[in-house]
Design a protein around this ligand. Structure first.
Ligand code: NDP
Length: 457
């Protein structure tokens, strides 16, 4: 029960937050993405923590930001010319209070401990929001699959899994894909796991359909994000029908976000990759979307080829946030919307920003969205569809059966609706919902209560 006034609470919260963050920065020097993710969560949680001292007394936030363990390992492999290559592999097992560790593997040259710790921390709260029994983890390597042959990717994946296999298992830690880890990589990784673990269990998700994968898994993050936006708009008596949408990225999340926007009658007008973005005012639909899917997922092409084929504009080295539209779905990577981008979006009348990627908005950009009181959904809520269907894949594997597309999609929609309801419950402020507050609190309380019940662990 609150015993202080709101201005006293906010001054005390600021002080507590600063002191907590000073300690975290000192313990984790140089880990800027990790600091950013923790600070964003701490700022929104602190007033609640001050009102509920049992969490502070048990130092839940300190424990939640100290991963259970971090595994770092050498990954040696031979390239096609027979040269030795060495990369660094990681698995951050953040918290397993509510279920086995769960979270993707990222293969990208930028991967480092800071990025994986931020992702594992966010994943812990996200997985809690889904209501499924999943703890939080994340892993990967500073390996770039781009430009490598299939054989090179296979040799890398096998070497990576030779070590990772010692630390995962269906009841221990269940990795999935993320940036640079798609169907091909999961096949090589899981195939090697089955071989060396000498058992076939659901120790990974995102698997191919012939070997235990779930229907709708590859679509799930994008579909779930659009379902979430539909919930946000429905609550305001509106819908995505007829809305123009900016999408960044052209990978797994972006492509299925575009597909679902089309299904619900919206129009996606942009897509991007790390070289630039395309603007197609006609809408990326029908044979245009088919072309983009084929280009990106099978031929590993670049988005400028779409612009050449359909005669639309391509903006090299730019991001799509300057294009006026109703909704934005950042779906490429972290920190792809800065403060100036956010101001441009708001100035151009954006109604909704829903994060398909993890932490695509810098902290200052988030503040711009919150100050403008637009509908802003942080990734831990709006992109939870992927891990939700991963959780459903685990269930199907345990039951040794496969649900139909319709069954999985219905469950995905129901869970996205529940996540939305939880955000509203914890984040409602008059007629506006602070989804950042809602998602952080909604995710935190379940994990924190489990940790309280466990005592000193
Ligand atoms: P993919 O590897 O399939 O696609 C990533 C896309 O983002 C590509 O278009 C890529 O372009 C672009 N991209 C990657 N890094 C950068 C960068 N540094 N600058 C600009 N563009 C970049 O990954 P996913 O679609 O799976 O993941 C996208 C985001 O969604 C990530 O933040 C991920 O953590 C998050 N996410 C993914 C989930 C999933 O189920 N896959 C679940 C929840 C969140 P290029 O080809 O040029 O590299």
């Amino acid at each position: 029960m609150a015993t202080t006034t709101s201005s006293e609470t906010s001054a005390a919260a600021r002080e507590e937050c600063d002191s907590f963050m000073a300690g975290l920065r000192k313990r984790n020097p140089g880990e800027t993405e990790f600091h950013q993710a923790v600070e964003d969560v701490t700022e929104s949680l602190m007033p609640f923590l001050l009102d509920n001292p049992k969490y502070q007394e048990a130092r839940i936030l300190e424990r939640l930001t100290e991963p259970d363990r971090i595994i770092i390992f050498r990954v040696s492999w031979l390239d096609d010319s027979g040269r030795y290559r060495v990369n660094r592999g990681y698995r951050v097992q953040c918290n397993n209070a509510i279920g086995p560790y769960k979270g993707g593997l990222r293969f990208h040259p930028s991967v480092n401990l800071s990025i994986l710790k931020f992702l594992a921390f966010e994943q812990t709260l996200k997985n809690s929001l889904t209501t499924l029994p999943m703890g939080g983890g994340k892993g990967g390597a500073n390996f770039n699959p781009k430009g490598k042959s299939d054989n090179e990717v296979m040799r890398f994946c096998q070497s990576f899994m030779t070590e990772l296999a010692k630390h995962i298992g269906k009841d221990i830690d269940v990795p999935a894909g993320d940036i640079g880890v798609g169907e091909r990589e999961i096949g090589y990784l899981f195939g090697h796991y089955v071989r060396i673990a000498h058992e076939f269990t659901g120790a990974m998700t995102g698997k191919g359909i012939p070997f235990g994968g779930s229907l709708i898994r590859k679509e799930a993050t994008g579909y779930g994000c659009v379902y979430f936006v539909e919930e946000m708009l429905n609550r305001k008596g509106d819908s995505i029908q007829g809305k123009s949408c900016l999408v960044s990225g052209s990978g797994n999340v972006a492509l299925y976000t575009i597909e679902k926007i089309n299904h619900l009658g919206g129009k996606a007008v942009t897509a991007s990759d790390s070289d630039g973005f395309i603007y197609d005012p006609e809408g990326i639909q029908d044979e245009r979307l088919e072309y983009l899917m084929e280009l990106k997922s099978r031929h590993r092409g670049r988005v400028f080829e779409y612009a050449e084929k359909f005669g639309c504009e391509y903006f090299e080295g730019k991001r799509p946030w300057g294009v006026p539209a109703d909704a934005a779905f950042p779906s490429a990577t972290q920190n792809e919307i800065n403060e100036a981008d956010a101001q441009t979006l708001v100035r151009n009348g954006i109604m909704v920003v829903a994060e398909g990627a993890n932490m695509p908005s810098e902290s200052a950009a988030v503040r711009v969205f919150l100050d403008a009181r637009i509908l802003y959904a942080p990734g831990k809520a709006s992109n939870a569809g992927g891990v939700t269907v991963s959780g459903l894949e685990q269930t199907q594997n345990s039951l040794r059966l496969s649900w139909t597309r319709g069954e999985v999609d219905t469950k995905l929609q129901a869970i996205m609706k529940d996540i939305h309801a939880k955000c509203v419950k914890y984040g409602e402020e008059g007629d506006w919902v602070n989804y950042v507050q809602g998602a952080n609190l909604g995710g935190f309380v379940r994990v924190a209560d489990a940790m309280l019940a466990y005592g000193v662990v």
